[in-house]
Design a protein around this ligand. Structure first.
Ligand code: HPA
Ligand code: ZN
Length: 334
């Protein structure tokens, strides 16, 4: 219909998609077979059972417990390349123009996969997406906050050359939020910035945990963007700060429903963010797990908030401006 066409044609950017979160049950079982991976007995044993499981996540941790097992089927450089390439093709179909994609090297290195295998695979797919699909791309390496910060420091040093060669552009922070506050990673962020002054810094904050996780990420980690940031609505001063400093929230509406952050997309405080002038983008997070890719997330928001076309244009404009791209590319997208 008409709305779908309108949303499809907006020059969309995605800033919050975990490449490991684009692993469909179909590809998961194909790779498990090809790589001779024996999944644990409690893991769903078929595509259908996986899809049933995805309807019942109780919270972030419950999802993560499944997610880290799922990603264990990724072994070779071409596994990583194929995974990311399939995402770029799907996203292109959804009308995506620019993608800043997360990945979790520690989730692979701890299984004995060299970081080079992971990064080279994702980089090859990104290069292909630029050349063949016209999508501009950036890779954002995330640290797993449930692992010690010592591990994070090592990962940052192991990735140093990739940052200096411009193959990885950003640093993020993901995994279990509440028990692992941002202050644990101050040193990691400082080291990453020292190794690569042009780095883009972001962190998951305020998905489940309170607004202080957002302020502390800004103050201590010096991030210029916040992933999720849903809980910011509970702190007026913080909302003013986000608006004034143009800190973009990378929202993930369908993810928030699946992980029971809200019970319906319509519960998200979207009006509040719009009224305060807090910039945000709309994203898919882990689309293979949460029942929708980029355009599905746009459609879910539209179905609940019935935004005016000029509001959509402003949202997309903010999302271009919040991207880590140069002025020339921004101009192309505006
Ligand atoms: N939050 C935290 N960690 C994650 C997420 C998320 O939404 N997706 C993948 N890892
Ligand atoms: Zn996320």
């Amino acid at each position: 219909e008409q709305k779908r066409k309108f949303l499809h044609e907006l020059p969309k950017c995605e800033h919050h998609v975990h490449l490991e979160g684009t692993l469909s049950p179909d590809l998961l079982f194909t790779l498990a077979k090809r790589n001779n991976i024996e999944l644990p007995a409690h893991f769903p044993s078929s595509i259908e059972l996986c899809n049933d499981r995805y309807e019942k996540f109780t919270d972030l941790q419950d999802f993560l417990d499944h997610y880290y097992i799922g990603m264990s089927v990724l072994m070779t450089e071409s596994d990583f390349e194929d995974l990311a390439w399939d995402y770029f093709v799907k996203a292109k179909h959804d009308g995506l123009h620019h993608a800043e994609t997360f990945f979790d090297p520690q989730g692979h290195v701890e299984r004995g996969i060299p970081i080079e295998t992971v990064v080279n695979g994702f980089h090859r797919a990104s290069q292909r997406a630029q050349a063949e699909l016209g999508i501009s791309t950036k890779l954002i390496m995330c640290l797993l906050r449930h692992l010690p910060s010592q591990d994070g420091l090592k990962t940052i040093n192991d990735a140093k050359q990739f940052y200096q060669d411009g193959i990885i552009h950003g640093l993020g922070l993901d995994s279990s939020e509440k028990p692992f506050p941002p202050e644990l990673f101050e040193e990691c962020y400082a080291l990453a910035k020292k190794n690569c002054p042009e780095i883009g810094l972001t962190a998951h904050a305020g998905e489940e945990a309170d607004p202080s996780f957002i302020s502390n990420s800004l103050d201590l980690l010096k991030v210029t963007r916040i992933d999720h940031g849903v809980q910011s609505y509970r702190d007026d001063e913080l909302l003013k700060r986000l608006a004034k400093d143009k800190v973009m929230l990378s929202l993930c509406p369908l993810s928030n429903v699946k992980l029971q952050v809200v019970s319906d997309v319509g519960e998200l405080p979207l009006r509040k963010w719009l009224d305060y002038g807090v910039p945000f983008s709309i994203n898919s997070d882990d689309p293979a797990y949460f029942g929708g890719y980029l355009l599905d997330n746009y459609l879910a928001v539209e179905s609940r908030f019935n935004l005016k076309p000029e509001e959509w244009v402003q949202i997309t404009k903010n999302s271009v401006d919040g991207s880590w791209i140069d002025a020339a590319r921004k101009k192309q997208l505006h």
